[in-house]
Ligand binder design. Structure first.
Ligand code: GTP
Ligand code: MG
Length: 659
């Protein structure tokens, strides 16, 4: 007799290859483990302590084949309130749940808490099993059933089958098997081309084999011989052997309970809560954006910066909850949050999580991960919330675009997008192609398929133009800015390739001019800022000064012009090759300077050496100019100083005519 059949879907088809995972849930001692034993013959309570205390502590695993041929894997969870963390780990990744309620006790605290957890983790379907029916009469069973129907009326189990059984007398077990078969038949198998991930729920040593880890393979597939990585510790190992339901296999796929024998991995280095992934596919994170819902039944609101227990996959860590658009979330409310975790975790957007109190341990709420690698957000910023709304409710394509926008001015490579979306890499590749073809993003490195959002690229372009504008304002007499100097003024994540693409684009569109390795805006010409014809006047004054040229200060005083401006003109003329800067503030015109240089070389060739007084006589100028000049000749390696004399440094510098 089935109390309520619910919607059992269509007719069952024979599916020998199909594998589906069922999880148990329910209050302590309500008969979960006994029911699993009644179904499979296996006692999943293996630990000595479990046997002695008669309770489940760790997760139990077993399986059996349903009449249709579907293999049903079972994760048996503990009901004790102290072990809810194991329960969350066990339920994360199951296909459907059996909420188990003892007919002699009815709905109890962990019945509700486990139901809440399954709801928060978005377990899509399930059934209700009333156990220990041999201990109650018909009347009591009816009362309990009413209570149960009332408890689940607003949950995903509101229309679920209700099956009364006795694990002791086996009453109702055949009916239960038939209901399980219908539900399993209806489960949509997980795609095996997803990004491989196995949250580890057990680690142990097997004699003669070494380290074995087990878990529910939640997405993708894994084959013997592959190199894998255990995160967060970042330990590499090789898959020596794979087992699915006690049988060695070459390949394990999503939806299977899997045991992985790892070569080259110390058992002590890994623990429950770590994740087994393929190399370079995930980066653990300590900061994530999420949407958090507080249970209507929570005793108190969740306040900004509260520290709570955070459960996802098989991991438990502490999280500081930053509420992004309010100061508290009341029971029944939901909002966008940034979670700062005390330990790094492996997660994907769309992953579900549960939060529980840190001292009064009680399930408070949970939600969905939206971004696993966000920037730190300021609170109460409308654009931040708008972006997160898109990540929460947008289409896959909008999500992908949004992640590209979020990668900023540095762009993002295709492989780094694989762990931003809960989609198989192949699907992400195809979506990215579509976005590129539409022209919303720019490919900056076709080899790695590194892309940048058009809007971000535009920002970057504007940055370059702004930098050049500011540069011209600062140094009106400089012809332009060196490429490398410009690069240092852009965000660090802008790599050489992107920088080159950016410059080429700007040069091609004539927004920027490249001249002698210097970049400038097309409107910038020195003559255009030189309204007073200073360039010409300065050059004339320096020529006139011959070997005793006026300083910038002297010119500024003589003409009542700002010294800054004159200095800029002098520097510009040095840059143009008209003047030679012998020392700070002292500029010679090239013509008299070259004449002097020739005279000096000729003198040294015939006299072999020269003293400072002799050089002073040659130039016929004051010491103020003599010393800087002769030192400059040392500096440019025309002369070499030996004590108080100087000799010619390189004879070959000016080859003798006909010699
Ligand atoms: N009479 C009767 N006793 C049952 C039945 N199912 C379980 N029990 C008894 O109830 C007690 C608890 O059963 P378990 O199966 O260990 O309960 P559990 O839900 O797995 O408990 P935890 O895992 O610790 O939460 C045991 O003593 C069982 O023998 C049943 O259908 N009829
Ligand atoms: Mg148990």
């Amino acid at each position: 007799m089935i109390i309520r059949t619910g919607d059992l879907g269509g007719p069952i088809t024979m599916k020998t290859a199909k594998q589906v995972i069922l999880g148990t849930a329910g209050h302590i001692d309500h008969g979960k483990t006994s029911l699993v034993k009644a179904l499979t013959g296996v006692d999943t309570d293996r630990l000595k302590e479990e046997k002695e205390r008669g309770i489940t502590i760790e997760l139990g695993f077993t399986f059996f084949d349903l009449p249709s041929g579907i293999r049903l894997g079972i994760v048996d969870v503990p009901g004790h309130e102290k072990f809810v963390k194991h329960m969350v780990a066990g339920v994360w990744g199951i296909d459907f749940v059996a909420l188990i309620i003892a007919a002699d006790e009815g709905v109890m605290p962990q019945t509700r808490e486990h139901l809440d957890i399954c709801t928060l983790l978005k377990v899509k379907k399930g059934l209700i099993v009333l156990t220990k029916t041999d201990l109650v009469d018909r009347e009591l069973l009816e009362m309990v059933t009413e209570d149960v129907v009332d408890t689940v009326k607003n949950s995903f189990l509101k229309d679920a089958p209700i099956v009364p059984v006795s694990s002791t007398t086996k009453d109702g077990i055949p009916e239960l098997i038939s209901v399980l078969d219908h539900l399993a038949n209806d489960v949509v198998e997980r795609p095996s081309e997803g990004l491989f991930r196995l949250p580890i729920d057990r680690v142990f040593v097997m004699k003669g084999f070494g380290t074995v880890v087990t878990g529910t393979l939640v997405s993708g597939s894994l084959s013997v011989g592959e190199t894998v990585e255990i995160l967060p510790p970042g330990i590499e190992g090789k898959v020596r052997n794979l087992q699915v339901y006690n049988r060695s296999v070459e390949k394990a796929v999503a939806g299977q309970r899997t045991a992985v024998n790892l070569q080259g991995v110390e058992t002590s280095a890994i623990e429950r809560g770590n994740a087994l992934v393929r190399l370079h596919t995930f980066t653990p994170t300590r900061l994530m954006d999420a949407y958090l819902e507080v249970l209507p039944s929570a005793q108190r609101p969740v306040k900004h910066r509260t520290i709570l227990r955070f459960h996802t996959g098989t991991t438990l860590t502490m999280a500081s909850v930053f509420l992004l658009d309010r100061d508290e979330l009341a029971p029944g409310e939901g909002g966008f949050v940034q979670l700062r975790l005390s330990d790094p975790v492996v997660a994907l957007p769309q992953d579900r999580f549960v939060i529980r109190g840190s001292s009064a341990i009680q399930t408070l709420g949970g939600g969905v991960v939206l971004d696993t690698h966000p920037a730190k957000h300021k609170r109460n910023v409308p654009t931040v919330i708008k972006d997160l709304e898109l990540l929460k409710d947008g289409s896959d394509e909008q999500l992908l675009s949004q992640h590209i926008v979020r990668s900023g001015m540095g762009g993002i490579a295709q492989e780094d997008l694989f762990d931003r979306l809960a989609l198989p890499p192949k699907a992400i590749q195809a979506l990215l192609r579509k976005i590129v073809d539409r022209g919303d993003v720019l490919v900056m490195d076709p080899e790695r398929m590194k892309v940048i959002d058009k809007g971000q690229y535009q920002h970057l372009k504007e940055r370059v133009l702004q930098q050049l504008k500011e540069f011209h304002q600062r140094s009106p007499m400089k012809s332009g800015l060196a490429k490398e100097e410009l690069r240092t003024k852009l965000p660090m994540e802008v790599d050489v390739k992107l920088f080159q693409i950016l410059l080429n684009g700007l040069i091609q569109s004539k927004e920027v001019v490249l001249e002698k390795d210097k970049l400038r805006l097309p409107g910038h010409e020195i003559s255009s800022v030189d309204e007073k014809g200073l360039v010409k006047r300065v050059e004339e004054a320096i020529v006139k000064g011959d070997l005793q040229p006026p300083s910038s200060r002297e010119l500024s005083e003589a003409w009542s012009e700002g010294e800054e401006g004159i200095r800029a003109v002098l520097e510009h003329l040095v840059h143009e090759g008209v003047l030679i800067k012998v020392k700070s503030g002292m500029y010679f015109h090239r013509i008299p300077f070259e004449r002097l240089k020739k005279e000096l070389i000729a003198y040294l060739k015939s006299h072999k050496e020269i003293t400072t007084p002799q050089f002073k006589e040659m130039t016929a100028v004051s010491r103020k100019y003599v010393i800087p000049l002769i030192e400059y000749f040392d500096q440019i390696k025309v002369t070499l100083r030996l004590g108080d004399k100087r000799i010619l440094r390189t004879v070959s510098q000016e080859p003798e005519k006909g010699g």
